[in-house]
Ligand binder design. Structure first.
Ligand code: C2O
Ligand code: CU
Ligand code: CU
Length: 491
């Protein structure tokens, strides 16, 4: 990233407040933040809303995360290094914000991997606190998964290895540190993984990174008066929301479009905010991929909802637009990204009518396992339990289809949306409230949103033995224990 990288002596905003405050046992919420929340009249019930501020003035050029070059390539094997560190990032001109990043001050480089490759990643933690690196959506062995058990201590290094076994998809990596995931992601630890395979490469889809194939991680943050991330001050046990939108770490971002078709890889990398992405003139777009890969056919959409952790690849057509014109990607009333037509748009292909060949997900109408999501704030649970690293909640067998029913049990105040994420596999959504899911949810998924009272059935098949997490991807819920683990044994 193009932020300055200055080593800090002390974590300013984030950690002083965390260390100074006693940690309230429920929710690990700093007392100061709790008191401030109450005194400020901030609603501690769910759905406490923080509105996004529509930025004014000049747009900033959208930052594009660099592609990570391997340290070494031997045949099919590639070795990468990711360094987790503290830094300073300039989000607004003339102001430095203390941030966290991989190989840079904020966010991380993009890993572009190909099906079949043997990947080794050296993880080096130069931060002052422990962390883990989780490969969200990647089918990795459990010892490489980067869940809360696989800590990389400050100053330490850890190598992880996996073979890329799955099809082309937009995936991501982020920390999964026990009780600290929300704070570390908020600080800036997140990056893209773009998987490629022959099928995807043969489709003629726009694929020039940062030109007509653009990754967009959308996040919301709150800043203090002196432009520091205000995680403690805006902390909410039901999910910390910010009033400022960042796309790839850019506030008020614009992108210069040079092609008729634009492939946007949307990632909701926010702790808790939900986005309904639309185009400002109401024109439809095509969704071509969900979390884990290409859909069988493009799905025409006016709006796509992404809850925390979810991804969608969309194709936007700007054909016929002229230099100087623009189109905005929006959510609600807020501009997410301005798309400026930068010249005569170059033709760059069509979207094929068939993208993938996924078999229809087989549904025999049964349920093999049930999960009840319940609670709010610090009192969240799955099947009545709060996460315990030492407790295995479920056991299962690899290479066997299972149908899971997930139920978001409402509470007396109605309840709130949870986004259920499962490690170690990609699943298929069979039903929502007994009926087939919308067309854009019929491909591979690893995260699925459940409204209060909603029941979703998914088809799950683990490929690797080992221990895998499932949890709510509202990061504060995850940290508060809305998480469980399943131990998979080889058949
Ligand atoms: Cu993206 Cu277990 O998380
Ligand atoms: Cu994950
Ligand atoms: Cu939740």
């Amino acid at each position: 990233m193009n932020g300055l990288h200055i080593k800090r002596n002390h974590r300013k905003t984030l950690n002083l407040a965390m260390a100074a405050g006693l940690l309230v046992t429920f929710g690990l919420m700093p007392v100061a933040a709790f008191a401030q929340g109450m005194m400020g009249g901030m609603n501690m019930m769910h759905g406490a809303d923080v509105k996004l501020v529509q930025q004014q003035g000049d747009y900033r050029p959208l930052r594009i995360p660099a592609i990570l070059e391997p340290d070494e390539t031997i045949g099919n094997a590639r070795h990468y290094t990711l360094i987790m560190d503290e830094g300073q990032t300039e989000f607004r001109e003339g102001a430095q914000t203390a941030t966290l990043g991989y190989n840079g001050s904020y966010l991380g480089p993009t890993l572009v991997l190909r099906k079949g490759e043997d990947i080794k990643v050296t993880l080096r933690n130069q931060m002052e606190e422990e962390t883990t690196v989780h490969w969200h959506g990647v089918l990795v062995p459990s010892n490489a998964d980067g869940g809360p058990h696989q800590v990389v201590n400050p100053g330490a290094e850890r190598d992880v290895k996996f073979n890329v076994k799955q099809e082309a998809a937009t995936l991501w990596y982020h920390p999964h540190t026990m009780g600290k995931t929300a704070e570390q992601v908020y600080g800036g630890l997140a990056g893209f993984i773009l998987l490629k395979d022959d099928n995807e490469l043969s489709q003629g889809l726009p694929g020039e990174y940062g030109v007509d194939d653009v990754p967009l991680v959308v996040q919301d943050r709150s800043f203090t008066q002196d432009m520091q991330f205000d995680f403690p001050g805006s902390y909410n046990a039901d999910g910390t929301l910010g009033d400022t939108l960042l796309v790839n770490g850019t506030i008020h971002a614009a992108f210069d479009v040079t092609t008729e078709l634009l492939r946007l890889r949307l990632l909701n990398g926010s702790n808790a905010r939900i986005y309904d992405f639309e185009l400002s003139d109401g024109r439809p777009f095509l969704q071509i991929a969900s979390d884990g890969g290409l859909l069988n056919e493009p799905v025409k959409m006016q709006s796509v909802r992404l809850t925390p952790g979810e991804r969608a690849e969309i194709m936007v057509s700007l054909k016929g637009m002229n230099q100087g014109e623009y189109l905005d990607l929006t959510s609600g009333n807020t501009t997410v990204l301005r798309l400026n037509v930068a010249g005569v748009l170059k033709p760059n292909g069509n979207v094929p009518v068939t993208l993938n060949q996924l078999a229809a997900a087989a549904d025999n109408g049964t349920v093999d396992r049930r999960f009840v999501l319940f609670g709010m704030g610090a009192m969240v649970s799955i099947n009545g339990d709060v996460f315990d690293m030492k407790r295995v909640d479920e056991t299962g067998i690899a290479n066997q289809d299972e149908i899971w029913e997930i139920y978001n049990r409402p509470d007396m105040m109605g309840g709130m949306l949870h986004s259920f994420h499962l490690h170690g596999t990609q699943f298929r959504v069979l039903t929502r409230e007994g009926v087939l899911p919308p067309l854009n949810e019929r491909g591979w998924k690893d995260t699925v949103a459940l409204d209060p009272g909603e029941r979703v059935r998914i088809l799950v098949r683990f490929v690797e033995p080992g221990l895998f997490m499932y949890h709510c991807h509202i990061l504060e819920h995850e940290d508060n224990g809305m998480m469980g683990q399943i131990e998979i044994t080889a058949k």
